[in-house]
Design a protein. Sequence first.
Length: 418
Amino acid sequence: MAPSATEHKNKQDVDLTGQAIEHKLAEIAQLKQSNSSDKPQELDASKLTYEYTKSPRPVPASIEEACAGPETICTDHMITIAWDAETGWAAPELRPYGPLSLMPTASVLHYATECFEGLKVYRGVDGQLRLFRPDCNARRMLTSAVRISLPAFEPKELEKLIIALMSVDGPKWLPRDVPPDSYLYLRPTMIGTQAQLGVQAPRQALLYITACYLPRMNSVAGGMRLHTSPEDMVRAWVGGFGYAKVGANYGPSLQATLEAKQRGFHQVLWLYGPEGYCTEAGASNFFVVIKSRETGQVQLVTAPLDDRLILDGVTRRSIVQLARERLAGEVEVVERRYTIGELQEAHAEGRLVEAFAAGTAYFVAPVSLVHHRGQDIPFPMASADGGKYSLLAKSWISNIMYGREDHPWGVVVPEKAE
């Protein structure tokens, strides 16, 4: 039975973003079934056109060399797709990597109508290129786009375009003779391009995908040291957009991050509310392993998703799923709110087991210390590389990424001959 108009309005009052996504996807499905010749076009990866570069660039000898300079080194090509409210999505274009043209009054430059994703492609031990759960990134980008009134799309089509770019640039920029832990970083991005000032949903936009080198950040000697956020700053809030991957989440966090690094710390542990709820470590999800005071049970604890305060990280999601499958009976996986005060109490009572950050950039990085209001909270580490559970999580996921374990989360990329 279809929901009534009143029920639909009530749902919008409670979950506007969720309802908007459902509405947009329903519109896309209707467009596919429509025979109208003047209907707005949906995003269609099968229409991709190819313009190969006439000026191919040399591939750096290593990730370290590529990341040594002030500019991000990208591969030879990128994919761009223009959108217009009247005509819909244009045919995607694979073309040489290069500058974009924007008018000074473009929406993205004034109203932060911008979202992006981050994922990696890996050269496996079997010689194949793999993406790790790109469907999750594509769905999350749809959520981010809808949250800031950018156009919707069928996530599967974005996934196909990501694969298409890597099919072309992967063989050259991530060749078969690279070290076994090599990768490229992919950055799908959408921006509002309508050149009209005024606070409004843009009627023109651009979706583009680039691939580049990213520094290795998961091997922090002795573990990451975190400094809690200052009282006058929050990274995200309930009812905001912490769950969406939009640029507006990151710029306002840079001042606190810079200050923490000047004090000798690697990142900020962002707290929320007067209670001091632990949310994220920098732009990564944060996990603690702790023994329950009541039962002595070892618990893997991380902040919940139901209040939409934190990002639904793909690495986070994967760790939670795998830990529930592979550590059943040994570790209880708990998604709940917890405070910095709880961590201080657990430290005082000897119940802290370990902690780590997890995300695409940092991957799984152990945390050795959190500093809060003049006091240190040290976390045990079994070795300089991490604790038992962070190393387990890291091995599970890297085995899938690099093809040591055959798993549906590892999506093989077909490679075009050079």
